[in-house]
Design a protein around this ligand. Sequence first.
Ligand SMILES: NC(=O)c1ccc[n+]([C@@H]2O[C@H](COP(=O)([O-])OP(=O)(O)OC[C@H]3O[C@@H](n4cnc5c(N)ncnc54)[C@H](O)[C@@H]3O)[C@@H](O)[C@H]2O)c1
Length: 359
Amino acid sequence: MEESHRITSINHDIFFGNAGQILSNYLDQHPEKKPVLIADENTLKYCWPVLLNASKRLNHAKIIQIKSGEENKNIAGCKMVWETLVNLKISRNDIIINLGGGVVTDLGGFVASTFKRGVPFIQIPTSLLAMVDASIGGKVGVDFVGLKNVIGNFSMPELVIVDVHFLKSLPDLQMKCGFAEVLKHGAILDNAYWQEATKSSCLNLEHIKSLVFRSVELKNSLVLSDFEDTHDRKKLNFGHTIGHAIETHYLNSSTVLLHGEAVAIGMIGEAWLGKESGITSEACLNNLIRTVLKTYKIPNIGFETHDALLEIMRNDKKNIGSTINFTFLKEIGVSVINQTASEPQIRKALSFLNEIAMD
Ligand SMILES: NC(=O)c1ccc[n+]([C@@H]2O[C@H](COP(=O)([O-])OP(=O)(O)OC[C@H]3O[C@@H](n4cnc5c(N)ncnc54)[C@H](O)[C@@H]3O)[C@@H](O)[C@H]2O)c1
């Protein structure tokens, strides 16, 4: 990947390269803007020093620390940040810098876009998932009453800065989580990229770094063609109907199951459903199962949970009318949106996941 390469998105650019340098250039061009940093305890510890070293202006930045973790991506977290912004007298002439994983970029972006009707913000993703997914496409928001991302809006940042060097300190489990979205981008859009992504059997840092640019490019292509998520962008939902139900179910249990792990499992379930519906080829299903199982362990979700999972799917915000909506694969690299499956079929898909579960 070239240093300081950039691609165009809606009303902003996505920069790739040295985050400190790119941010420093931006601040030099906007001397009137007071910088405010939003980060969590981990990104403050591991990522903030990199930016601080690059720009003297950041010595005077105001820092707002939020608590890491999905359970803190909520209105209480927003309230704390909004109150701090009021106390700091931040205005629309200033700039908010969100430095972190998807929790920071989602919450920080939402807070910025709603404070005084919108303070400009910069997304600097530091997790793999935030680099290839959460910071791309302008969706910002928080969880509410146990429902994920139900409060939010579309709001474009001033710029996004993707610096893969931040991945050095990212825990392996989080890397694995983001890798599911990398796989998904290949599966829904680009067979050659899928092959590239799956050629290494372990999550090697250098290999992952080499994949980030193309993943962003693929997601951004869907955002550009369908910003409001009414047609092509829905391809990104592959794996997310079953995956989201499993993730939501596990949120209320003592077993930790991260978003990317749930999506990986969901991709298998939905490829199986696609095969049942005559859309997904057998070769595609087998390829997907083989690949996912190399990196992810399928937990035994238990037959007794199927009713609860279906109930969550019935309430999925992606549904149209009363049918549960899916994106299916035809082949690796080719996906079709607005597919449906009957509840008995979905139960069979969940049973299939039980059959291949590892515990
Ligand atoms: N807006 C969107 O389009 C979109 C898309 C996908 C996911 N999301 C959201 O993204 C969130 C998940 O994002 P995530 O997986 O990045 O989770 P996260 O933000 O919780 O980050 C995961 C963990 O890694 C830590 N971390 C991040 N970068 C680090 C680094 N460089 N070094 C060390 N530690 C680091 C964080 O502190 C956290 O503990 C979810 O809330 C999901 O809803 C949003």
